[in-house]
Write a protein that binds this ligand. Structure first.
Ligand code: C5P
Length: 231
């Protein structure tokens, strides 16, 4: 009998730190990582490249179902290399334009359905850390531990601003505030898989926490609850 790999889900709105925390926690536990937002961003990016209209749900779903993507973590490096149709995408999927297009694509039920099994296929031993919006509610409802990270809109816009500037991508704080608020509204109000904590999720507000503190809280929650019985 194959052992079912454990899953730790980290959901939350844009800029709550879930991507950073998920990467650190996956590394600490030696587990696989699923950045589900990247899949929606890649569908949006690829759709642009193939001239697929963002309102054409059928064509987008067809494209999502056959999305040719791979994520690599070359030894000794900190950054995941994402390839779309064989070529590295670099920072093209990290722009706000791509994030906004991703959130439109992600509101389509047919696209979500097309990506569902693909996300579940990331569940492999020794375990998976999955970050996104609906990891704990829809994709892995039976996850061992579900975390929901939040932070104020102002704090999240500030973090995103710093992140973009560090990457050499130009950014404007007031625009980011508006865009994050708009994306929150779209993500929480959509009818399919809206952004919300699972009933059994632990909600952590990171507005006043450093990355290190947040990472430690998540690791401790995991160890307190589950690791003793596994050792
Ligand atoms: O997390 P990230 O900002 O990369 O996600 C981009 C967009 O993809 C989000 O704004 C959201 O609309 C969508 N998304 C989603 N479900 C997920 C992950 C991301 O709807 N599990």
């Amino acid at each position: 009998m194959t052992e079912r790999a454990p899953v730790l889900t980290i959901d939350g709105p844009s800029g709550s730190g879930k991507g950073t925390i998920a990467t650190l926690v996956a590394r600490e536990l030696g587990w696989h990582l699923l950045d589900s937002g990247a899949l929606y961003r890649l569908v949006a990016l690829g759709a642009g490249r193939h001239n697929i209209d963002l309102a054409d749900a059928d064509s987008l779903a067809e494209y999502a179902a056959s999305l040719d993507v791979c994520f690599e973590l070359p030894p000794g490096t900190a950054e995941v290399v994402t390839r779309l149709e064989g070529l590295p995408v670099g920072d093209a999927i990290r722009s706000e334009t791509c994030g906004n297009a991703a959130s439109k694509v992600a509101a389509l039920g047919a696209v979500r359905q097309a990506l569902l099994q693909r996300q579940r296929d990331f569940r492999r031993t020794p375990g998976l850390v999955a970050d996104g919006r609906d990891m704990g509610t829809v994709v892995f409802p039976d996850a061992e531990l579900k975390i929901f990270l939040t932070a104020s809109v102002a704090e999240r816009a500030q973090r995103r601003y710093k992140q973009l500037i560090q990457k050499g991508i130009s950014a404007n704080l007031p625009d980011l505030l508006t865009e994050i608020a708009e994306r929150d509204a779209r993500d929480t109000q959509r009818t399919v898989s809206p952004l919300k904590p699972a009933d059994d999720a632990v909600v952590l507000d990171t507005s006043e926490l450093s990355i290190e503190e947040t990472r430690n809280r998540v690791i401790n929650l995991y160890r307190d609850r589950f690791a003793p019985s596994r050792q």
